[in-house]
Design a binder for this molecule. Structure first.
Ligand SMILES: *Cc1c(COP(=O)(O)O)cnc(C)c1O
Length: 404
């Protein structure tokens, strides 16, 4: 039998060193469960970083891949195919946006928004509007534009020079935003909830305030919904909780449940901001990826996974809040999040990486965000029973981390 260790030894010989994966090799999945190559089962509440929205190996996912792969996988943007047309129409009916561009990842979606903002004002004759504003502690991806928008110096180190024209404001601070947005600002990029930064939920009114500031200054407001979108927070888009409609948003992670696909969704006023030839991608919006995303959206609607995210997410938040307020558990500091994007803030001397690996050894997959936050981003089909199973493991790991 092939072992985890044999494959990991091989990995270490043939991969670059930019990742530090956990020492297990996952072989197969079903719903919220995965198994490693040695047959050990894990409850997967990480879902490939909030990606596997409909659960692993969903029959509708398998059928969509097989049917489209057997018909047509790629034609390039030189020709039409039906799936991207139907996918854009499906997204139009579920969001306040009317125009879409498909790419292959989250970072690429944010690159497209960055270019769109500058080009829009260039075409409108406002050539002085080049500046972009994003938040400290944000995460927008790893390509140079998206990396520059990412307001975390540790990701910039050694990669400079960055893209010019980007400045940062403290997340949640409307006065700082007001002071930074002016007649030179093309767009403000914000996550409705900061994901990688540690599941940071802004105060009510922050996103509404940001909308007002951008409107007064004539700047565009973009939401990065790559982690929060497609039902994750218990609404199709997290922006719905705030009642704010941004000028555009970026999507990726959950949209095709593991098939690589990114998208930008923009309002009708920006329909002509990227004229022919101004932006493109060879693979983006290929019929295979779009057919899978259509099947994913159909499963999300049929199985009411947005409603499930709200209901089971409230249960998860209640369980995490109980840990955080348990005085016999000083390592659990606070619970925060919306729907099925929840974080448990660790403190009290606990080593987050050790807690994470103890939880994994006990059969539950999670991830860390913001250094000291245990992130729960399960498939949107997770049940209360699966959450309860995981919470027993999490509580046990926290108690042993503090030696009680
Ligand atoms: C994951 C993520 C990205 C980057 O997506 P990639 O597909 O890894 O390029 C950008 N923004 C947010 C909010 C994310 O969570």
């Amino acid at each position: 039998m092939i072992t985890n260790q044999a494959l990991i030894d091989q990995f270490n010989q043939v991969h670059l060193g930019n990742y530090r994966p956990a020492p297990i090799v996952i072989d197969r999945g079903r719903g919220c469960e995965v198994w490693d190559v040695e047959g050990k089962r894990y409850l997967d509440l990480c879902a490939g970083l909030a990606v596997v929205s409909i659960g692993h190996s969903h029959p509708a996912f398998q059928a969509a891949v097989a049917a489209q792969a057997g018909k047509l996988t790629h034609v390039s943007n030189l020709f039409h195919s039906e799936p991207p047309i139907q996918l854009a129409s499906a997204l139009k009916s579920r969001t306040p946006f009317s125009r879409f561009f498909f790419c292959n990842s989250g970072a690429e979606a944010n690159e497209a928004l960055l270019k769109l903002a500058r080009k829009h004002f260039h075409l409108a004759g406002q050539r002085e509007r080049k500046a972009l504003v994003s938040a400290t502690n944000s995460f927008h991806g790893r390509t140079m534009g998206a990396l520059t928008l990412t307001g975390q110096p540790k990701y910039h180190e050694g990669m400079e020079p960055l893209v010019p024209g980007v400045s940062y404001v403290a997340y949640g601070d409307l006065a700082a935003l007001e002071a930074s947005v002016n007649a030179h600002t093309a767009a403000v990029f914000l996550e409705p909830i900061q994901g990688e930064g540690g599941i940071v939920v802004p105060d009510d009114g922050y996103l509404r305030g940001a909308r007002a500031i951008c409107d007064r200054a004539g700047a565009l407001l973009f939401f990065d919904e790559i982690q929060t979108g497609i039902g994750r927070t218990g609404r199709f888009l997290a922006s719905e909780w705030s009642g704010v409609v941004p000028d555009a948003c970026s999507l990726a992670k959950g949209i095709a449940a593991g098939f690589p696909l990114g998208a930008i969704a923009v309002s009708e006023t920006l329909a002509n901001a990227l004229p022919p030839g101004s932006h493109a991608t060879t693979f983006g919006g290929n019929p295979l990826a779009c057919a899978v995303a259509l099947a994913v959206l159909d499963v999300i609607a049929r199985e009411d996974l947005v409603g499930n995210a709200e209901r089971v997410g409230a249960h998860l938040n209640a369980r995490l809040s109980a840990l955080a307020s348990d005085t016999s558990l000083p390592v659990a500091l606070a619970a925060r999040g919306r729907g099925l994007l929840q974080g448990l803030v660790l403190g009290g001397g606990a080593d987050p990486a050790k807690v994470l690996s103890a939880i994994r050894d006990a059969g539950v997959l999670l991830s860390l965000a913001g250094g000291n936050v245990l992130r729960f981003s399960p498939p949107l089909c997770v049940t209360k029973g699966e959450i309860d199973e995981a919470m027993t493991v999490v509580e046990g790991a926290l108690r042993s981390a503090q030696g009680t």
